[in-house]
Design a protein. Sequence first.
Length: 102
Amino acid sequence: MVTLSAAVAAAAAELPGVIRREHAETIEYELNDRPIAIVEVVADEVSFRLSPAVAAAAIRTPDTEPSPRGPEWVALRPAVVDDHALDRAVAWLESAWRNAGG
């Protein structure tokens, strides 16, 4: 079974310029010195920094909630990591990458 963190790691490796920084309990992905996604490893939750329009739409999808990181951040923590959750995670990472200048 693929985890959100593994799906995000694989997708991030394909995006030019993305830097991965590992911390004690999180993995941060950034582009142009701007965080675009943060993985909470233990919870298998990912927060994405999205454009306001994308964040507004994303927050209305299942298994999401506003992130305490700010209004442009959306946290994804699905009860079941299925193909739909993995697709959203990869799509939102790519959207965050584009939003940061990728």
